[in-house]
Design a protein around this ligand. Structure first.
Ligand code: SF4
Length: 221
């Protein structure tokens, strides 16, 4: 971790700038991989993340790790895993809840944008509709999943589903589609020029994913 990232993380860990501090056990800043690699971005910590202080733990984290393993990558070694919001949004009864747009913007603009600017990722991957909304407010994951989308003059995100959604659906079709997205992520990461290579990558990975799907399908269906 660079000194700048370390100092930013120290600030995130003690942040009390919004009301979400009231429902948290601890702040979950994220896990950093190397600069100029892949940043995976989810929405916010849930119960287990809040308890343990790490993003994507529990069943969703297990599926995410398995998908990364399937393409030869691991968190920290190759990939950063972050959330837009760093503190768990809760209901009055202490249950997980979906963050509001203003919570998303407030925390994301304060911390995630700085993390991304220090990590300079080659590829940002959003998991699920809420993370997508931070980058593209009108974006719908059902329409953009599996696509590389420009969100400003220079930067792209690759859009895919949240692992919790895949676990809820638990269909062979969804797992195949999810596998093909991760194959695309790997190819994009390895490509020289994201945009130019995207069409070729999509076509090639549709073929490749059919061969590699079987193991992870057995694990999760
Ligand atoms: S959600 Fe973000 S802005 Fe709000 S207290 Fe937590 S770290 Fe700070």
């Amino acid at each position: 971790m660079t000194r700048e990232l370390e100092s930013l993380t120290k600030k995130i860990l003690v942040c009390e700038e919004c009301h979400l501090k009231l429902g948290r056990t601890q702040v979950v800043p994220g896990i950093y991989g190397p600069q100029k690699s892949i940043c995976i971005v989810g929405e916010a910590p849930g119960y287990y993340e809040d308890q343990q202080g790490f993003p994507f733990v529990g069943k969703s984290g297990e599926l995410l790790d398995n998908m990364l393993k399937g393409i030869g990558l691991t968190r920290e070694k190759n990939v950063s895993i972050l959330n837009v919001i760093k503190c768990r949004p809760t209901t009055e009864n202490g249950q997980n809840r979906t963050p509001t747009d203003s919570e998303l913007r407030f925390c994301g603009e304060r911390w995630l944008e700085m993390q991304l600017s220090l990590l300079s990722p080659k590829l940002i991957v959003t998991l699920g509709g809420i993370a997508l909304k931070f980058f593209i407010p009108s974006g719908k994951v059902t329409q953009l999943a599996g696509q590389l989308v420009k969100f400003d003059e220079l930067n792209h995100i690759f859009v895919t589903y949240h692992p919790a959604y895949i676990l809820r659906k638990k269909t062979l079709e969804m797992m195949e589609e999810y596998n093909s997205h991760f194959e695309q992520i790997l190819s994009l990461y390895q490509s020289e020029t994201l945009e130019q290579d995207f069409n070729q990558v999509t076509e090639r990975d549709e073929q490749a994913s059919k061969k590699t799907n079987q193991k992870s399908l057995k694990d999760f269906l």
